[in-house]
Design a protein around this ligand. Structure first.
Ligand code: MF3
Ligand code: CO
Length: 259
């Protein structure tokens, strides 16, 4: 069942989104060659507590995973696409870092992710991949207006990825957000125009394209059962915002995250 949110509830999710934005910004400022993802995760945990919020990912145990999630952030480096568990391996110049974070504040959740290059870039194509992922997200958000359908959102996302000739994970996508991180409806990163769920004011969703430099939709899980990696070893980027469909158009509720 899809629960539309009142304007007051959307504001409450935006308050959680402000914390997500601030914490991800703090993580991006700390990310540098020599720093480990574990250190970034610890920093995020401290910042979340300082904001009076709760880390949503920690101990989260969805059906697709063999074990409860052991960290506060997902940190996916280079060929890791999403759901990377933070490690003690120091970041190096040119690493493509993706950081995903959700928090609960006063019982409401917000979820966002961004990608960045650590230190000196290795290849200009990495920034193109990140920029294209952000452009795909922006196109999906722009399509999320009252009267449009979910297929319009997915179609907008996949069109950007396809034009740039980047691969995209197709069986992972976004989701409704509210009191829980994962609510109905699903938000696929592909779709047909004018098809699917009718979008109405009060719908709050996370939109999250995941693009890869190599071929389409080829990935595998690490032995940890969580980390999703491209099979061809090509790099991947992730961009996610929690947004509300409003009468005035889409409202980004995690706008404070790094870009
Ligand atoms: N942000 C991810 C998503 O949107 C959730 C990561 S899974 C977790 O699906 F277990 F780490 F929470
Ligand atoms: Co999400």
């Amino acid at each position: 069942m899809i629960e539309l949110k009142t304007p007051g509830e959307v504001d409450a999710i935006a308050a959680a989104g402000d914390v997500v934005g601030a914490v991800l910004t703090a993580v991006a400022e700390l990310a540098a060659p020599g720093v480990t993802p574990d250190e970034l995760d610890m920093h995020a945990a401290e910042q979340i507590a300082a904001h009076g919020a709760k880390a949503t990912f920690l101990h989260y145990h969805p059906q697709f995973a063999p074990t409860p999630y052991p960290a506060v952030t997902c940190i996916s480096v280079n060929d890791a696409v999403v759901h990377g568990i933070p490690t003690g391996v120091p970041l190096a110049d040119g690493d493509l870092l993706s950081v995903d974070l959700a928090v609960h504040l006063d019982g409401w959740c917000a979820d966002a992710a961004f990608s960045m290059i650590v230190g000196a870039p290795r290849s200009p194509r990495d920034q193109v991949l990140i920029d294209t992922t952000e452009a795909a997200l922006a196109a999906g958000i722009a399509a999320a207006v009252p009267g449009a359908r979910m297929g319009d959102v997915g179609h907008a996302i996949e069109t950007v990825a396809r034009r740039a000739r980047f691969g995209m994970l197709r069986d992972h996508g976004g989701h409704g957000v509210g009191r829980a991180m994962h609510e109905a409806p699903q938000v696929p990163n592909e779709g047909k125009r004018r098809k699917g769920l009718l979008l109405q004011p009060g719908l709050v969703i996370a939109i999250e394209p995941m693009l890869q430099a190599g071929g389409r939709d080829t990935y595998r899980h690490d032995a940890d059962g969580w980390t999703l990696r491209t099979k061809d070893g090509s790099r991947a980027a992730h961009a996610e915002h929690t947004i509300a469909v409003t009468e005035d158009g889409p409202r980004i509720l995690t706008a404070g995250r790094p870009r």
